[in-house]
Design a binder for this molecule. Structure first.
Ligand code: 5GP
Length: 195
């Protein structure tokens, strides 16, 4: 997605440990006009698939997920990272390792809001090693729902999560795929190479 790539080049910084900092438009301040375009782009890529629910994980997945849910006119469910006493009707749970926080945590979703009748699209802000998406896939599996695919705003193609999840037959659509990055330069995978 050209607009997204331009904003990444203009506004992001590359930190140590292969982390791309995108606080000005995605992870702290949210660029709502960009999010709107992102939502419409995912809706177009996954149109006609009878999606009934978007699933993401708090916190940074929520913005792109909500705009996508709005564009597809479906509700958005986000997995919680902290146990809450308001989640009282039984939970699906999965353990995931956080790439940026370097720690394990449990994500949970109420059984009330995800059932075997759902057709689910996963949306997340980043894909690195694929742990977050794998955790969400585990929750979908527990619920018996059908997985339609995963929409990722920024995939770091050099970290392999997207490759291994695609190899399992799951459709992954990433709006920008970073091929290489350094403090001086960010290179994206070209459109024709994505096919
Ligand atoms: P994964 O589970 O695929 O290894 O990592 C995905 C999660 O880690 C995303 O939900 C995102 O929150 C975070 N993440 C991974 N890599 C980056 C990065 O380079 N920059 C930022 N801002 N977040 C990242």
């Amino acid at each position: 997605m050209k607009l997204l790539e331009e904003i990444i080049l203009r506004e992001s910084t590359v930190l140590e440990n292969d982390v791309l900092k995108v606080d000005s438009f995605l992870n702290h301040r949210i660029d709502t006009l960009l999010m709107n375009e992102i939502g419409k782009e995912f809706a177009q890529r996954f149109q006609g698939l009878n999606i009934t629910k978007i699933l993401t994980v708090e916190t940074s997945g929520i913005a792109p997920a909500v705009f996508t849910g709005f564009a597809l006119s479906v509700p958005v469910l986000f997995a919680k990272k902290a146990k809450s006493i308001t989640l009282d009707s039984g939970l699906y749970e999965a353990n995931i390792y956080s790439y940026t926080k370097m720690q394990y945590y449990t994500i949970s979703v109420s059984k009330k809001y995800l059932t075997k009748r759902d057709n689910v699209l996963i949306i997340d802000d980043f894909m690195a090693n694929g742990q977050a998406v794998r955790g969400l896939l585990e929750i979908i599996k527990q619920s018996g729902a059908h997985i339609v695919g995963a929409g990722i705003v920024i995939e770091k193609g050099f970290q392999g999560g997207g490759k291994s999840i695609r190899e399992e037959g799951i459709r992954v659509e990433s709006l920008a795929i970073v091929d290489k990055m350094s403090e001086k330069n960010i290179l994206f995978k070209k459109e024709e190479d994505k096919k």
